[in-house]
Design a protein around this ligand. Structure first.
Ligand code: PHE
Length: 341
């Protein structure tokens, strides 16, 4: 029995020397020291020994077990250290290798222009509000005094979303006037920027999707003078004190009187070129005094309150601001163009 014990010890130590992974160690431990292991099996035979031999063999077996357990633990620690070393080497980072430079982008010129416009109006006490691009015809037209049959409602101009033409992609941000007036009591002073859609062919100054910034002021005693002052102030803040603008009489169903504001063309300074289509001026915004019918329709008494409204074409404002000659450049997202701003 003593020889058998010695043999187990020897064989286990040999196997231990060859173990390469923690899993090998665990298998070895089970094989030798486990419930059905070699050593355990041997100990079960102790019953056959004489009473004098039994304690001696018992002690011997225990010391072999203790020695093997110690060796197993030692080896486990060793293997763990090795595994860690290997992992550290595999995951080593060479901090001396030059890094890849990250290119920082910047805002699109349209967003820059929008931010400037917002800043200017917020500076005049306006609040910025947001509204839906999918709109009811009621809000886009009817409540804006644009009756059924009006040419602006034509299917050749507007993207309708339902067969009965009751829902559409808003053709202007003006429905925001209605949405605000229905919900808010005067004094009102808001701007509402956003996308609008029209069935337009793409050219240097047109796109089927573009951006407008609606403005609305309603209070007691608001006059055309307030409109002119606010818009002149806006144009000079955006384009500089020397910017040349003009007010031109116009017609909108929801304002009376109405006007359009043009800025002198930055390309030709009024001589006429492709950008301004030979006009010398670029249309910047439409405006006017809110029609009494529109006020009344929103529950605001036109005998007490008056207001003015305007709608700025953001693309054209940005083009004038940054001297961009063709609107298509704004949408193409060519970095050679965008990186100039
Ligand atoms: N909504 C008009 C347009 O798109 C512009 C406008 C806004 C005119 C507000 C008057 C008042 O042409």
């Amino acid at each position: 029995m003593k020889e058998q014990l010695e043999k187990i010890r020897q064989k286990t130590l040999e196997a231990l020397a060859e173990a390469k992974e923690s899993a090998d160690l665990e298998a070895l431990r089970v094989k030798v020291l486990g419930k059905k292991g070699d050593l355990t099996a041997l100990l079960k035979q102790m019953g056959g020994l004489s009473p004098e031999e039994r304690p001696v063999m018992g002690q011997l077996a225990n010391s072999v077990r203790a020695a093997l357990e110690e060796k197993l633990t030692e080896k486990a620690v060793e293997l763990q250290a090795k595994a860690l070393d290997k992992q550290l080497q595999a995951e080593a980072v060479d901090v001396t290798i030059p890094g890849v430079a990250v290119k920082t982008g910047h805002k699109h010129p349209m967003n820059k222009a929008l931010d400037e416009v917002k800043d200017i109006f917020v500076g005049m006490g306006f609040t910025v509000v947001d509204g839906p691009e999918i709109e009811l015809s009621d809000y886009n037209f009817t409540k804006l005094n644009t009756e059924e049959g009006h040419p602006a409602r034509d299917r050749s101009d507007t993207f309708y979303l339902t067969d009965d033409d009751s829902v559409l992609l808003r053709t202007q941000t003006s429905p925001m006037q209605i949405r605000v007036m229905e919900k808010t009591k005067p004094p009102i002073r808001i701007i509402a920027p956003g996308r609008v859609y029209r069935k337009d062919e793409v050219d240097a100054t047109h796109s089927p999707m573009f951006h407008q910034i609606e403005g609305l002021v309603v209070d007691k005693g608001v006059t055309m003078t307030d409109l002119k002052g606010a818009l002149e102030n806006f144009a000079k803040a955006l384009y500089g004190e020397d910017a040349v603008i003009r007010f031109r009489p116009h017609h909108f169903p929801f304002t009376e009187p109405s006007c359009e504001v043009d800025v002198q063309c930055f390309e030709c300074h009024g001589a006429g070129c492709r950008t301004c289509k030979g006009e010398g001026w670029i249309e910047l915004l439409g405006a006017g005094m809110v029609h009494p019918k529109v006020l009344a329709g929103c529950g605001i008494d036109p005998d007490v309150y008056s207001g003015f409204a305007f709608g700025i074409g953001l693309e054209r404002a940005a083009m004038r601001r940054y001297c961009i000659p063709d609107m298509r450049l704004v949408y193409e997202n060519d970095v050679r163009f965008l990186s100039q701003f």
